[in-house]
Each structure stands twice: as structure tokens, then as C-alpha cells.
Design a binder for this molecule. Sequence first.
Ligand SMILES: Cc1cc2nc3c(=O)[nH]c(=O)nc-3n(C[C@H](O)[C@H](O)[C@H](O)COP(=O)(O)O)c2cc1C
Length: 184
Amino acid sequence: MRVAVDLAKASRLLNHGPTVLVVSAHGDQRDVMAAAWNMPLDFAPPKVAVVIDKNTYSRGLIEASGEFVLAVPCAAQADLVVGVGNSSGREIDKFARYGIASTPASRVQAPLIEGCLAWLECRIYPEPHIQQTYDLFLAEVVAAWAEDWAFDGHWRDGLLEAQRALHHLGAGNFFTTSGLIRGG
Ligand SMILES: Cc1cc2nc3c(=O)[nH]c(=O)nc-3n(C[C@H](O)[C@H](O)[C@H](O)COP(=O)(O)O)c2cc1C
């Protein structure tokens, strides 16, 4: 039976891939938030799109610096993802609160968060209209990194549950995926 889906829940029908951590830095400030609404946009140069709500503290750091890192966390980091996605850098230093270890990125000021599967260093294409109207940020990926045990040009199949990326279902619930299907 086909059932109607509440439009408020329509976004949950589209799984755009892994939930990411958006890491930002400007001057001596830094922050990290969760973002499920992200997607690739192009191959060369690689581009991404991500929704960064205007009420977030991250938003100001990203607009001021023009940069961010998208880090792909694994299931072992689910509590961290929910924690940084439900607290604000306006009130707390999330790196201290959640004991987040990080190392410097190569091309942007925002750091790489340890324990993640992959990292995309990004520089935004300033698009004031879509940023203001839709909270949508477009960016070029200027460097990218991944753990070799997780990614070898494709995400590896057969990772342990705790090592897999998180796919947000809404309301703080996630799927992990497995079971490679070879498409020719
Ligand atoms: C699983 C999850 C996914 C989220 N996805 C997004 C998103 O795509 N875009 C967004 O603006 N906020 C998203 N949020 C909410 C932000 O992470 C949240 O507002 C965060 O507290 C902002 O932190 P900040 O004020 O320190 O920047 C998500 C939260 C969770 C828990």
C-alpha cells in the first residue's frame, strides 16, 4: 500500500549520503556542528553543497573565513555527532566539552577531527542570495583525505558496524550501510 508522507518528513525519503561534521575556524575561534543535508555537486573541480542554518554559531565563522572542513564520522562517533548537533559553540567550546582531538588541515584553517573516516577541506563560493535565502553553501573541495582502511577510491565493503558512516533518518536516528552491489 502506498501511504502519504507528511511533507515535514519528505526530506527523510532522500538519503544524500553520510552525515558530516562541519568544522569551522576564524581567528582564535573554532566550532563543529553536524550536517545531514550535504551533497556532492561536481567532479572537477570537486564541489559540494551543504545547508548551514543562519542560527548556528558555525555560520558566522564560515562566512567570515570563507572555509570549512566536512569530516565524515563513523558509527563509533554517533554520540559525538548528536552532541555537537544539539549544542552551540555560542555557549560552549565543543572541542573541550567533547574531548575532540584534531590536527591541522593542509589548505584551510579549520582542523581535521580525529577518529573520522574522511575529510574534505573546502573554500566557499560566496553566493549571498542562496546563503541568505536557503542557508545553502556551495564550496570547492581544495583537499581531501580518507583513512585507507575505509576508502580505496570507493568506500570499502565489509567494515565493522562501528567503522561505517552514519546516514541520518531524522530525529537523531541513523542507518549504517553495507552490502556492495557492483554496477558493471
Ligand atoms: C544528525 C544531525 C544533522 C544535522 N544536520 C544539519 C544540517 O544539515 N544543517 C544545519 O544547519 N544544521 C543541522 N543540524 C543542526 C546543527 O548541527 C545544530 O544547529 C548545531 O547545534 C549548530 O552548532 P553551532 O551553533 O555550534 O554552529 C543537524 C543536527 C543533527 C543532530
